[in-house]
Design a binder for this molecule. Structure first.
Ligand code: ZN
Length: 287
């Protein structure tokens, strides 16, 4: 049975914030939407703490996440999955990709890549606006993933051409209200999947976590729509199930711009201090 046919009561939703700042209205919308959808179908609602970037994650922000979500009236299952406790899971996934010959070590510094991009007329950029990696290190002698991750300044990249060839045709996902979307992971180029100080990128961690937690419905912001192409590729390469996706609109500020964690004025705790209620949050975000 594919996830598209999952019985309603077996559907699993999740909200997965990073504890590197306080939650704002945009997070509240995503969390409430996931929670409401799970409630409506009698499914499950999970919380996951995406603290893979241990340099930026703070315990105080994690504690604040629990406090803010409880204030909103959300309930989630225990135990909460914290990415920093599951590095082994991500290492195993990387090793599987490495065994297929899909990873290579890259010593390039960010400045090298930027310089190569400037030198190349019409250099292609990824959907986030970063120049695509020019492939400088792609054909150097291979080094094992495990060894590479012990070395500072070396990144493990996915060989996108090989990966796309191995994944084959027909890579797509089911998007809520939009039917099947054709995935185009090549637009990301040879993405970094790990380095010593961040032993799993967001992309590898999220697909491994969603599979291990049995997530059937990934409901998240439109800003991650393009990343789903890459996530579908990794899922196929790792033989993981394909969840259904729903990329929701983002909560914008008065100027029509995306809310940022760095802008304290929209933080839930600031609004709470001003006297906002959870009902006010629902009304402001259109729920
Ligand atoms: Zn390189």
């Amino acid at each position: 049975m594919t996830s598209g046919e999952t019985a309603d009561s077996q559907r699993v939703f999740r909200f997965a914030p990073s504890p590197n700042g306080h939650l704002h209205l945009g997070h509240a919308y995503s969390a409430l939407l996931n929670f409401d959808l799970a409630r409506q179908c009698g499914g499950r609602f999970l919380l996951r703490i995406e603290d893979i970037d241990t340099g930026r994650a703070r315990n105080e922000f994690e504690a604040a996440i629990y406090e803010d979500l409880a204030w909103l009236g959300l309930e989630w299952e225990a135990p909460v999955r914290r990415q920093s406790e599951h590095f082994d899971d991500y290492a195993r996934a990387l090793e599987r990709l490495d065994d297929k010959g899909l990873l290579y070590a890259c010593d390039c510094r960010r400045s090298d890549i930027a310089r190569a991009a400037v030198a190349k007329p019409n250099c292609p950029h990824d959907p986030d606006g970063a120049p695509l990696y020019p492939g400088t290190c792609r054909d150097k002698p291979r080094r094992g993933a495990r060894e590479v991750l012990t070395q500072r300044g070396v990144a493990l990249r996915l060989d996108m051409r090989k990966a796309a060839a191995l994944a084959g045709q027909g890579l797509s996902w089911r998007e809520f209200d939009a039917g099947d979307i054709v995935a185009d992971p090549a637009e990301w180029g040879d993405v970094v999947l790990a380095r010593k100080d961040t032993p799993a990128s967001y992309h590898i961690a999220v697909v491994v976590d969603d599979a291990l937690q049995g997530v059937t419905d990934v409901v998240r912001g439109k800003d991650l729509f393009e990343a789903t192409s890459l996530h579908r590729l990794l899922q196929r390469l790792l033989d993981l199930p394909a969840p259904n996706y729903r990329h929701h609109g983002l909560v914008l500020d008065e100027k029509g711009e995306k809310l940022a964690k760095s802008v304290a004025s929209t933080a839930l705790r600031a609004l709470r201090a001003e006297g906002w209620t959870p009902a006010d949050v629902r009304a402001r975000t259109g729920l």
